[in-house]
Design a protein around this ligand. Structure first.
Ligand code: COA
Ligand code: AMP
Length: 633
């Protein structure tokens, strides 16, 4: 048996004996029926875990704790820094509300396997609706509120929901975002039409209810009978979460039932080092993977109290909000994105607001979503006096690939590294020919197959895309899409993406998708979007536009229209505000746009004139355009 206090020992055990490792982790959850086969790789690389097993996600997250006598423990705390209010739900209350909403969904015709889209802000009902779907075996797909109608429509057409659940509005600092008109437009744009839309009316804004299609949340609940948990196959899908790929068509990452429960439950003690009853706070949004895994499922599986926070790290009302929440609710572990800490540091560099609160309950801070830059890591460590742990993961993986694990053994922290591969993850760094590189050399970060439980068995409706995106370039490996290196001590460094994905304030965006929108402007002949460095958000999208010949309108007007178009088609979350008109784009002789070189120039990094460039003089013009936007200086 491994030494449970030695990271290396636990890690080696997980790699040498994966079946024994995951079997033991699986003992900790409730099964209606145990699996017949722990791992089924007969259809490799599409691995299935716990085949033949039966369980239910909602039972493991909610009912199980009520049945074991913890019904009075607080399961969820809703803290809205925008409306200045706090609400709590015990596990018993959560069970009752989830069962009631399951009934409401069932009475609208939702059955096991049907898809339900949730377009919800950070309210308790978002969590209730997710759990209600899981309870009756419906597959939820949460769409982040910052996406516009067009993005919602693309998701409606891809997963074809029977029902959409939406709130009347979301609340951003200083403004109410009406969701219902966005939903109505999305349904109009989409080819698929949902049978019903269930609308949660928030006090800040009353949505119009459209005839037969829409039904009020409370009315739907009142008119139906509560539902019990349905026993699901271990490999049945729990949810689809769309994430940016390299094109405008997002990837529908599928998470299955049992693997997610086993892996996420395991992470709470071993990675985050929390025990049942502890308060855990992931300051993210239910629309992202961090929200799925660490606002909703993992903390509830492990009987933690989870905080559902509506607000921002700054401006709601000040940079002391995070400290207020930690102190008021006795938070033991905070998980957020580095950008949130950069925002706080920018407004309160000396930590004056922190002095107003007792945050001694905080045991550690975990950061993910983008690389934690050493300055931010140092600042957070100095301010909080607790371990600040960068960990690396992706929507696809559902939980961290690399992390320090204080629940097993806190390893020395090296700035700029998310530490080592976690138990269950065997990593390598490969060159373009698929050969392992020397320690310390940069290459593609890959994971040896099979992927551990709780990751993604497939992409919704896109098995071929799953194969070509992740498994085809390096046979026998999962290609993460990130580049980096592993040092002499086995620490991993994640440096950049190898594709057209950028990371804006911890949000993953596709430059290809933004380019598609820009190219649809009638005056734009060609364009290139780069992720340029930004001190607050990590990266920002910047567009270079080549206009069609004969266009004689003012550049500024076209730029303004292009910015508005991206906001309308993708949403405010794209944060697209930087664009310049150029005469030509730099290309290789074979016609490939040299985005990498443009980015290096913008970020003021060293760059070499590409040998294959068509016309080197173009780069002077690009440099001038980037300078006009405050870059390349
Ligand atoms: N619904 C509607 N609009 C939204 C939205 C939502 N749920 N979330 C964000 N937006 C809007 C914002 O209001 C903003 O609009 P604006 O252009 O009119 O100002 C735009 O989308 C960009 O949002 P964001 O990138 O979040 O910038 P911000 O200036 O509002 O806040 C931070 C900056 C750093 C404070 C904020 O990004 C943050 O807290 N990030 C934490 C990171 C995080 O949660 N990451 C998730 C993965 S862990
Ligand atoms: P998402 O799928 O939105 O979670 O984004 C995943 C991508 O964010 C990864 O592929 C990385 O590019 C980046 N990322 C997430 N966490 C980290 C981290 N700790 N260090 C470096 N990059 C990260």
């Amino acid at each position: 048996m491994p030494d449970q206090n030695s990271f290396d020992s636990v890690y080696q055990h997980s790699i040498a004996q994966p079946e024994a490792f995951w079997e033991q982790a699986a003992e900790a959850i409730h099964w209606d029926k145990k699996w017949d086969q722990l791992i089924d790789d007969s259809d490799a690389p599409f691995t299935r875990w716990f085949v033949g097993g039966k369980t239910n996600v909602c039972y493991n997250a909610v009912d199980r704790h009520v049945d074991s006598g913890h019904g009075d423990q607080i399961a969820l705390i809703h803290d809205s820094a925008i409306t200045d209010s706090v609400k709590t739900l015990t596990f018993s209350e959560l069970q009752q509300q989830v069962a009631a909403f399951s009934g409401a969904l069932a009475s609208q015709g939702v059955e096991k396997g049907d898809r339900v889209i949730l377009y919800m802000p950070m309210v308790l009902e978002a969590v209730i609706a997710m759990l209600a779907c899981a309870r009756i075996g419906a597959v939820h797909s949460v769409v982040f509120g910052g996406f516009a109608s067009n993005e919602l429509a693309v998701r409606i057409d891809d997963c074809q929901p029977k029902v959409i659940v939406a709130a009347s509005c979301g609340l951003e600092p200083g403004r109410v975002i009406e969701y219902k008109p966005l939903l109505d437009k999305a349904v109009e744009l989409a080819e698929h039409t949902p049978d019903k839309c269930v609308v949660l009316q928030r006090p800040q804004c009353a949505a119009t209810i459209n005839g037969d299609r829409d039904i009020d949340w409370h009315e739907a609940v009142t008119k139906s009978e509560p539902k019990d948990c349905v026993s699901m196959d271990a490999t049945d899908p729990l949810y689809i979460l769309y994430t940016s790929g390299t094109t405008g068509q997002p990837k529908g990452v599928v998470r299955d039932t049992a693997g997610g429960i086993v892996a996420l439950h395991w992470t709470m003690k071993n990675i985050y080092n929390v025990n049942p009853g502890d308060v855990y706070w992931a300051a993210s949004d239910v629309g992202w993977v961090v929200g799925h895994s660490y606002i909703v499922y993992a903390p509830l599986f492990a009987r933690n109290t989870s905080i559902v926070f509506e607000g921002k790290p700054v401006g709601t009302p000040d940079p002391g909000t995070f400290w207020r929440v930690i102190s008021q609710h006795n938070v033991k572990v905070l998980f957020t994105a580095p950008t949130a800490f950069r925002a706080i540091k920018k407004e309160d560099p000396e930590g004056e607001y922190l002095k107003k609160y007792d945050v001694s309950c905080l045991q550690s801070l975990f950061l993910a979503g983008e690389r934690t830059d050493p300055d931010t890591l140092q600042w957070a460590t100095d301010q909080l006096g607790v371990p600040v742990i960068d960990h690396w993961w992706q929507t696809e993986t559902g939980w961290a690939i690399c992390s320090n694990c204080p629940g097993i053994e806190l390893l020395p922290i090296k700035q700029g590294s998310p530490t080592k591969p976690l138990p269950g993850w065997e990593m390598d760094v490969l060159d373009d020919d698929g050969k392992p590189v020397k320690r310390g050399d940069i290459g593609s970060l890959v994971v040896k197959l099979p992927l551990p439980p709780g990751t993604f068995p497939t992409l919704w409706n896109a098995r071929d895309r799953m194969f070509s995106s992740y498994f085809s370039r390096f046979p026998g490996y999962y290609e993460s899409g990130d580049a980096g290196y592993i040092d002499e001590d086995g620490y991993v460094y994640v440096m950049s993406r190898t594709d057209d994905v950028i990371n804006v304030a911890g949000h993953r965006l596709s430059t290809g998708a933004i380019e598609e929108v820009l190219a649809s402007h009638p005056d734009v002949a060609e364009c290139a979007v780069l992720g340029v460095r930004d001190a607050l958000k990590g990266e920002l999208p910047l567009g270079c536009l080549v206009l069609s010949s004969g266009v004689d309108r003012a550049d500024d007007d076209i730029i303004t229209e292009c910015i508005a178009l991206v906001r309308e088609k993708i949403g405010p979350v794209a944060a697209f505000k930087l664009a310049a008109v150029v005469n030509r784009l730099p290309k290789t002789r074979s016609g490939k746009i040299l985005r990498g070189t443009m980015k290096k120039i913008a970020d003021n990094e060293e760059w070499k004139m590409p040998a294959t460039i068509d016309d080197p003089a173009i780069l002077d013009e690009i440099t001038l355009a980037l300078k006009s936007l405050g870059y390349a200086d």
